[in-house]
Design a protein around this ligand. Structure first.
Ligand code: 5GP
Ligand code: ZN
Length: 116
C-alpha cells in the first residue's frame, strides 16, 4: 500500500497521530473529524495514499466507495441523525486542505445543526 511520510492522514492510519476510530477494515479507515461541523462528523479514507479523486485508480476507488454505506450505517446507529450529507473536496479552490482522498460524512439533526 502506498504511504506518504508527510501526509497527516497516512500518519493517522499508522497510529502516529491519535484519532477516534469509527470503522476500519483492510482497505479503509474512518474516524471523527477533529473539527466536528455536526456531532459525529466522520472522514473515511483509503489506507493507500492517493491525493484526490483524479489520482485514484479504479481498484482503490472500488474498495473505498464500496465501504461508504457501512460507515454511513455505523454513524446512523451511533448518532441517530435525521439525515446525512456526503462531501468530497478535490483541490484547494474546492476546499481540500488535506491531500489524501477522503469523504466527509456529516450527520444532520435539523435546521439549527450548524451545517449550511
Ligand atoms: P478537507 O478540507 O481537506 O476536505 O478536509 C480535511 C478535514 O480533515 C478537515 O475537516 C479537518 O478538520 C480534518 N483534519 C485535519 N487534521 C486532522 C487531524 O489531525 N485529525 C482529525 N481527526 N481530523 C483532521
Ligand atoms: Zn496519505
Amino acid at each position: 500500500m502506498s504511504h506518504d511520510n508527510n501526509c497527516i492522514f497516512c500518519k493517522i492510519i499508522n497510529g502516529d497521530i491519535p484519532s477516534a476510530k469509527v470503522y476500519e477494515d483492510h482497505d479503509v479507515y474512518a474516524f471523527l473529524d477533529l473539527s466536528q461541523v455536526t456531532k459525529g462528523h466522520t472522514l473515511i479514507i483509503p489506507k493507500t495514499h492517493t491525493k484526490d479523486i483524479y489520482e485514484t485508480d479504479e481498484k482503490v476507488a472500488e474498495q473505498f466507495f464500496s465501504r461508504v454505506p457501512k460507515v454511513a450505517n455505523a454513524i446512523k446507529s451511533a448518532y441517530d441523525p435525521i439525515g446525512l450529507n456526503l462531501l468530497n473536496n478535490n483541490e484547494e479552490p474546492a476546499g481540500q486542505s488535506v491531500f489524501h482522498l477522503h469523504i466527509h460524512l456529516i450527520p444532520r439533526y435539523g435546521d439549527n445543526d450548524g451545517f449550511e
